[in-house]
Design a protein around this ligand. Structure first.
Ligand code: 13P
Length: 241
């Protein structure tokens, strides 16, 4: 199982000390088969890389520019630059960025550039509450997948993170039976081997006991709870207990 920590726009140099506990845990037998990936803000990727040198915790970024080349794009970094400072993953299509105007076509270009730079992609999809109420979940997910992954043949480096927008930061999570159907639906969109599927949205040490029962899920994308080392470790421990 993959446990991806999305720190969003949180964290500074001092927060790096909180990682000691997680590093210790990552070297213990308690981690079982859990794989940990931290996605800090870009300002901290280099420091996280140094910190994780002697352990198996991996690093990802939270977004990238769609261009493969250097260029005059004030305020942005591309996937090559992220790879060069130690990132092996990048989160793309997060609803917080879709809300700011990123559309499926732009996300598709970003995914292609990330793959070219040999980054693994955590591709976020999910419906809003009003789309859910109008029973549009499947059509929204289909569109996000079809356009987002258009003309991308090799999908072995792509993870799909199902993050219902209404679940992010709200404490609300889908019912297990609904989540199971959606995981199945996402898998059915792929001929042959489906990408790994993660769930994200209000995952915490309390609800992990329910969420871990979902069939065919390969892990979790965790926001708020991942900024607290104890909660993050608890989520992993409970997944395997
Ligand atoms: P929360 O876990 O804080 O709900 O955030 C989920 C998320 O957006 C992870 O990408």
């Amino acid at each position: 199982m993959y446990f991806v920590a999305n720190w969003k726009m949180f964290g500074n140099l001092k927060s790096i000390n909180t990682l000691d506990k997680v590093i210790k845990f990552s070297k213990s037998k308690e981690i079982k088969k859990g794989r940990l990936i931290y996605c800090p803000p870009n300002t901290l990727i280099g420091s996280f890389y140094k910190k994780f040198q002697n352990c198996l915790i991996d690093i990802g970024a939270q977004n990238c520019h769609e261009s493969d080349h250097y260029g005059s794009h004030t305020g942005f970094v591309n996937s090559k630059m992220l790879k060069s400072v130690g990132a092996n993953y990048v989160i793309l299509g997060h609803s917080e960025n879709r809300k700011k105007g990123e559309n499926d076509k732009l996300i598709n270009l970003k995914i292609k550039s990330a793959i070219n730079a040999k980054l693994k992609v955590i591709f976020c999809i999910g419906e809003t509450l009003s789309e859910k109420k109008k029973s549009k979940t499947k059509s929204i997910l289909s569109k996000q997948i079809n356009v987002g992954l258009n003309k991308i043949k090799k999908k072995s480096n792509i993870f799909i993170a199902y993050e219902p927008v209404w679940s992010i930061g709200t404490g609300k999570i889908p019912k297990n039976k609904d989540l199971e159907k959606i995981v199945q639906f996402i898998k059915s969109k792929f001929k042959g081997k489906s990408p790994k599927i993660l769930y994200g949205g209000s995952v915490n040490p309390q609800n992990i006991n329910d969420l871990k029962k979902i069939n065919n899920l390969d892990g979790f994308l965790i926001g708020g709870a991942s900024q607290n080392a104890k909660k993050f470790i608890d989520i992993v421990k409970k997944t395997y207990s």
